[in-house]
Design a protein around this ligand. Structure first.
Ligand SMILES: Cc1cc2nc3c(=O)[nH]c(=O)nc-3n(C[C@H](O)[C@H](O)[C@H](O)COP(=O)(O)OP(=O)(O)OC[C@H]3O[C@@H](n4cnc5c(N)ncnc54)[C@H](O)[C@@H]3O)c2cc1C
Length: 460
């Protein structure tokens, strides 16, 4: 690589705040709202034109159940529940067909609602503003540099929350990181018009996505690699689904070249799937792409080290923590595990579906010599130390850059979980400033209790 020197320049300080959140999916927005509601002066920086991340700009309007696996206890509430309760009923449905009781919503509504929530608590908003660098003094972060239509500027704050998904601040701070052996692939989601009921009937498929079967039958003709995927009807829209059959494999989208390739490849695949449906779908339907994601949906890139690495055994055994900041139920879900897509459940069962639609089932508890009878956990927990890095006094990373092994990541990465991590980050940042403490000295039990006092379900 060759280098060229950039002339040093004075950068204007465009804003000063207590807490600066970088990245505005619901993770970042919930961090900002929580901190602002506690009384902190908060600024949020987002490089897209709107908030919501993968859930809005990636068109993935699906948050999993708030209930324990036996559906008897509400384990998730907080800002996740509050946000959906603000929607008109027509834009939000509880998807019960597969008994998963997931919440499906119109992604555009989410964008608008997050705008409102941030403005209501006085958070300073910067959209179309890209985090571009960082200024430190020893173990303290002093400011970040951003680029937007005004050029380059600095934002000073007492505390920083990296909610960029990839961990862009952690990258620049050279915090120790790792990639999983198999990075979960990104998906180019699109909004698609055209009924697929006839394909469901023809393939006699229940539950599974019919397009997966059609795609794999004709993938060679359309030069598409074998894949699987899913689709869900957008509430309030007729004959329209978001489709996620467009994985792009073997890329790490935190790398510029890989990200560019994934966007191009994902779009190409989307178009081929539309053509395939025009040929082999319902002859009486007009299949058309209504819109595509603003950017490819990224599941997995780098993970940054913290005091504790989440692991699938602690999760699946339902280990309890006094400083629990997250309760969840979503299965350990490894997309494109070497065998296919694999789900491991809290009750001990697992299933693996390959790209031919074949399903193999088993019991991971039995395979590990663990008891398979007696009461099983109905939700899992994550301790505060999982999000506490040890290098800087005034930084938390919240989001899919979480320090988790590949399997635990498969469970924790879903939005109802990351939303809670965002809330924990906002609360912890507030406590750090309020108590004049480094993040490493903030009491996790107090974070959990403050989260509960602010509406989270029974933490701490
Ligand atoms: C196709 C697909 C389907 C999925 N399905 C589900 C599902 O059904 N349910 C579920 O719960 N989860 C699902 N997931 C997982 C979930 O969507 C992600 O794990 C989650 O969105 C990650 O959240 P995050 O906040 O860490 O990152 P992101 O959602 O990626 O948000 C990061 C935010 O930071 C911003 N940003 C990044 N870099 C910068 C920068 N330098 N400057 C300023 N802003 C920046 C981005 O624009 C974005 O708004 C799916 C993921 C994908 C890709």
């Amino acid at each position: 690589m060759t280098f060229i020197n950039e002339a040093p320049k004075q950068v204007p300080v465009i804003h000063e705040a207590d807490i600066c959140v970088i990245g505005g999916s619901a993770t970042g927005v919930f961090a900002a709202v929580r901190a602002a509601r506690l009384g902190a002066k908060v600024v949020i920086v987002e490089c897209q034109n709107s908030f919501g991340g993968v859930a809005s700009n990636g068109l993935v309007g699906l948050w999993h159940t708030f209930l324990s696996t036996d559906f008897k206890t509400q384990v998730i509430s907080g800002l996740t529940e509050e946000t959906l309760s603000r929607f008109d009923e027509v834009d939000h449905t509880i998807h019960g067909a597969d008994d998963a009781k997931s919440h499906v919503f119109n992604p555009v509504e989410l964008k608008c609602e997050l705008d409102c929530m941030l403005q209501e608590c006085g958070v300073k908003i910067y959209l179309h503003t890209y985090y571009a660098g960082i200024a430190t003094d020893g173990r303290d972060i002093k400011a970040i540099f951003v680029e937007n239509k005004d050029g380059r500027g600095a934002i000073k704050a007492k505390f920083f929350i990296d909610a960029t998904g990839d961990g862009d601040l952690c990258r620049d701070l050279k915090i120790a990181r790792f990639e999983n052996d198999h990075i979960q692939p990104p998906t180019y989601v699109f909004l698609h018009q055209g009924d697929d009921q006839i394909i469901v009937d023809r393939c006699q498929i229940v539950g599974s996505d019919p397009i997966t079967h059609l795609l794999n039958e004709h993938c060679e003709e359309f030069d598409i690699e074998r894949d699987w995927g899913w689709a869900v009807k957008i509430p309030g829209l007729n004959k329209m689904k978001m489709r996620a059959n467009t994985h792009v494999f073997n890329v790490n989208c935190a790398k510029a070249d890989d990200l560019t390739y994934a966007e191009l490849k994902g779009r190409e695949k989307m178009r081929k799937i539309n053509k395939l449906l025009r040929k082999y779908g319902d002859p009486n339907e007009t299949y058309s792409i209504v819109s595509d994601c603003s950017y490819i949906g990224i599941r997995d890139t780098y993970h940054y080290k913290t005091k504790y690495q989440a692991n699938s055994l602690d999760l699946l055994m339902g280990k309890n923590y006094d400083d629990c900041i997250l309760r969840g139920t979503y299965n350990v879900d490894a997309h494109h595990d070497k065998e296919g897509i694999k789900f491991l459940r809290l009750d001990g069962t697992y299933s693996v579906e390959d790209s031919y639609g074949n399903i193999r089932e088993g019991n991971w508890r039995a395979e590990q010599g663990l008891p398979t009878d007696g009461p099983m956990p109905t939700f899992y927990q994550l301790p505060f130390k999982a999000i506490v890095q040890e290098d800087y006094n005034n930084l938390i990373a919240a989001g899919r850059m979480i320090n988790a092994d590949a399997s635990a990541f498969g469970a924790l990465r879903v939005m109802v979980n990351l939303n809670q991590i965002g809330e924990a980050a906002g609360v912890a940042a507030y406590l750090a400033i309020h108590q004049n403490k480094a993040i490493q000295d903030v009491c996790g039990v107090e974070v959990a209790k403050t989260m509960s006092a602010g509406g989270s379900a029974n933490l701490g």
